[in-house]
Design a protein around this ligand. Structure first.
Ligand code: KIV
Ligand code: ZN
Length: 513
């Protein structure tokens, strides 16, 4: 039987970025977009161009860089938003404008202060405006999950008649239950007279932990596009998790009459990349991408899996990319082997200078660590995402002993001049950060500090993410090293360089007023 295509619309770079603290620079967005493209995601929502000049530039840069996936920009149902989104997606091979307007009584009355008739009129006008830029137009009745079905039918029929090609039904506040949301989707498809002219999509939030359940129920009832994010990142409790949806549909082909075209072996790469860049680590028991998702602890389970994997496993770890822990390069590997492995990992160097810099970091790592895995290589580029490094780590010495006060001596190059400072702290990381602050006086506030082991084994590199804030500007910094105190210092310096270069961002506010 020929199955329908389930379109995967990834909104990690837009709704995902709306998670407090999950800010991404333009270059980080491009790297995530390239990883999504490699995974064969159909549509990448790259941002909300009207929110800030930075968001506009990011969407435009992603539209330029991505060739195979459609690149989408979000716009309220307002002329100024639609013009900005249209401009941002102009360089794309295939571009989409996603425009939205709330349709629930509570939003129309309190937020928009618009009557239902005015909402229909504004929604239709927005789609008409968007058609000046593209034929690929998505319309979302925001808070559809709490809207009246009769009114939804009216709005949807009108926007399809005006040229909307995708109708996205958001459960904006994560209020729906799976059986109810599924029957809403079925109802809309059956009752809207021109529903056959558009693809029906869903966008579910996870406030009650039901985003994936609601999305799958919608797919069983006719939705053919799902909006989701890597690791379930997103506003408040997050969005539906891409990896869970894609693997549920793939694993239960006995139930679903559609499938995505995704290369699921790229899932782990995307998951690690997004958690490294945003600093949102993945809980160990998270489905599909958590460290324990394929680990069997109990003796009975281990025995069963050894006899026949299917006794306790419904998916193969390697099908979602867990087997990537393979040795790829070593101490004797040359520049061209390094460059070509990085290209296989979908990382292109912008210049020979950048290649040389990351290659020299690779050589330093290979001297310390015998086995270099793909994950180690990706961590090297995570660190190197700074264009102008004002502050560079020259050397550091940290003393930490039981009963003693930890002390750090830090030598940094600041604007090309070497300077040294000492500081004590509650622990070696605290002492190092204080010494760095003494030298740089950036005055940023540390908001998050997280450490992850990149691979397994005690010689694994520790990857540290820090988030700092200064004057409303929030940035994440990354650093990796086999010594986690050095990794911590590198990540802090990485973040401070971004603050100095103004690579952070303030969060855009969604809303229709
Ligand atoms: O949750 C929501 O309603 C949204 C819309 C912009 C689709 O993110
Ligand atoms: Zn949303």
């Amino acid at each position: 039987m020929n199955k329908d295509k389930l379109i995967i619309f990834d909104t990690t770079l837009r709704d995902g970025e709306q998670s407090p603290g999950a800010s991404m620079t333009r270059d980080e967005k491009i790297r995530i977009a390239r990883a999504l493209e490699l995974m064969k995601v159909d549509i990448i929502e790259a941002g909300f161009p009207i929110a800030s000049d930075g968001d506009f530039e990011s969407v435009k840069a992603v539209a330029k860089a991505i060739k195979d996936s459609t690149v989408c920009g979000l716009a309220r149902a307002k002329q100024i938003d639609i013009e900005r989104a249209g401009e941002a997606i102009r360089p794309a091979n295939s571009g989409r404008i996603h425009t939205f307007l709330a349709t629930s009584p509570i939003h129309m009355q309190h937020k928009l202060r618009m009557s239902p008739d005015q909402v229909v009129e504004a929604a239709v006008a927005a789609v008409r405006m968007a058609r000046r830029y593209t034929d690929n137009i998505e319309f979302s009745p925001e808070d559809a999950g709490r809207s009246e079905p009769d009114f939804l039918c009216r709005v949807i029929e009108a926007v399809i008649a005006e040229g909307a090609t995708t109708i996205n039904i958001p459960d904006t506040v994560g209020y729906n239950l799976p059986h109810q949301f599924g029957s809403l989707i079925r109802d809309l498809i059956e009752r809207v007279p021109n529903s056959d002219k558009a693809i029906f999509s869903v966008h579910c939030h996870n406030d009650l932990g039901l985003a994936v359940g609601n999305s799958l129920s919608a797919v069983l009832n006719g939705a053919r596009q799902v909006e989701c994010t890597i690791n379930g990142l997103g506003e408040r409790a997050g969005n539906a998790s891409l990896e869970e949806i894609v693997m549920a549909v793939r694993t239960r082909q006995d139930v679903f009459d559609c499938d995505s075209g995704l290369d699921t072996t790229q899932i782990m790469n995307c998951s690690r990349l997004v958690s490294g860049i945003t600093g949102f680590s993945v809980q160990p028991n998270k489905a599909i991408v958590g460290a324990n998702a394929f680990a069997h602890e109990s003796g009975i389970h281990q025995d069963g899996v050894l006899k026949a994997r299917e006794t306790y496993e419904i998916m193969r770890a390697q099908d979602v990319g867990w087997s990537t822990n393979k040795l790829v390069l070593g101490k004797h590997s040359g520049r061209s082997a390094f460059k070509s492995r990085m290209a296989e990992l979908n990382f292109q160097f912008d210049s020979d200078g950048e290649l040389n810099e990351v290659f020299s970091r690779f050589k330093t790592l290979a001297d310390k660590k015998h086995d270099i895995f793909d994950e180690d290589l990706l961590a090297l580029v995570n660190e190197a995402s700074i264009e102008n490094e004002t502050i560079k780590l020259v050397s550091m010495r940290v003393c930490s002993e039981t009963g003693g006060v930890p002390m750090a001596t830090m030598t940094l190059s600041i604007d090309g001049t070497e300077q040294q400072a000492e500081a004590t702290g509650d622990g070696p990381v605290d002492a190092s950060f204080k010494a760095i602050e003494k030298l740089t006086a950036v005055g940023a506030e540390l908001q998050l500090y997280s450490v992850n082991a990149i691979t397994t084994g005690t010689d694994s590199q520790g990857e540290v993410t820090v988030r700092v804030e200064k004057n409303g500007q929030v940035v994440n910094g990354q650093g990796a090293d086999t010594d986690i105190v050095i990794a911590s210092a590198k990540s802090y310096i990485n973040a401070l360089n971004k603050v100095i270069n103004h690579q952070g961002r303030t969060h855009p506010q969604l809303g229709n007023v």
